[in-house]
Design a protein around this ligand. Structure first.
Ligand SMILES: Nc1ncnc2c1ncn2[C@@H]1O[C@H](COP(=O)(O)OP(=O)(O)O)[C@@H](O)[C@H]1O
Ligand SMILES: [Mg+2]
Length: 253
């Protein structure tokens, strides 16, 4: 059974008169342990798929199965849903509350979801999470502006781990970072996949990154998936003409 399955998903924006069909009849399956790449040019509907999976946007039709279950089964307990899937975004600057120390932000989430019952335990857990993503526990008392872009993205990743999800939707998580920092974050994602058995949907417009990181992938164009399968196979011998164009556009390939 797939960990996440999208079946004939359609997502639109706007009113009837001004409708934008951002995602059209998309089906895909992500298995446990995958780092599943979702690639395509800007505006093709990648983020819309991610946001629909975490229920920030409602699909107009089609279905999403989370570990074989519909969202309705998670509705009663949001905690259960967010223990299943979390999303991280491109912009680590906009994702953190500038007025909250990192530790307080993490403790707040644990309080809201009734994770642990003492402040001491929550502080300890925050330190463990920071350590896991490669930051010293002394950073617990710092504000977001005191960190670099790469450190902030690490913090966003750590925050997404608080509820111990099975699946993380990573929407262009390295696109806003310097190339040297990008590889550190990609290494962190690989490690979380390897050692913590976390599954990722990795959204990117960068085929070089996807080739290096992902096992399976889908290629999107104008809201439609044009090709899906093993990432190396697709990149080495694409079948779809649009995929060929995307690959030809990458100078090093
Ligand atoms: N909130 C929104 N309201 C209206 N249209 C949107 C909204 N968000 C995205 N779109 C449109 O939906 C399409 C897909 O966007 P998006 O999913 O953000 O693409 P990608 O992440 O691949 O760049 C684009 O045409 C975009 O302009
Ligand atoms: Mg996007």
């Amino acid at each position: 059974m797939a960990l996440l399955e999208l079946k004939n998903l359609n997502v639109s924006y706007g009113s009837k008169k001004n409708k934008i069909d951002a995602v059209k009849n998309v089906s895909l399956k992500i298995n446990e342990g995958d780092i599943y790449g979702l690639v395509g040019e800007s505006g093709c509907g990648k983020s819309t798929i991610g946001k629909t999976i975490v229920n920030l946007i409602k699909a107009s039709s089609g279905s999403i199965l989370y570990n074989g279950q519909s969202y309705d089964l998670y509705k009663k307990s949001k905690k259960n849903f967010y223990q299943f899937v979390q999303m991280i975004f491109q912009d680590p600057y906009g994702s953190l509350n500038p007025r909250m120390k990192i530790g307080e932000a993490f403790i707040d989430i644990m309080e809201a979801h009734k994770i642990f019952n003492s402040r001491e335990q929550r502080i300890k857990e925050t330190e463990i999470l920071l350590n896991k993503i490669g930051l010293s526990k002394k950073y617990i008392n710092r504000y977001p502006h005191e960190f670099s872009g790469g450190q902030r993205q690490r913090i966003c990743i750590a925050r997404s781990l608080i509820l111990k999800p099975k699946l993380i939707i990573a929407d262009e998580p390295v696109s806003a970072l310097d190339v040297s920092i990008q590889s550190e974050i990609l290494e962190l994602i690989k490690n979380l996949n390897n050692f913590d058995k976390l599954t990722f949907l990795f959204i990117s417009h960068d085929l070089a990154v996807v080739k290096n990181l992902c096992n399976n992938m889908s290629v999107m164009k104008n809201g439609v998936i044009v090709e899906s399968g093993n990432a190396k196979k697709i990149i080495n011998s694409p079948e779809n003409d649009y995929t060929k164009l995307l690959i030809d556009a990458v100078p090093k390939f």
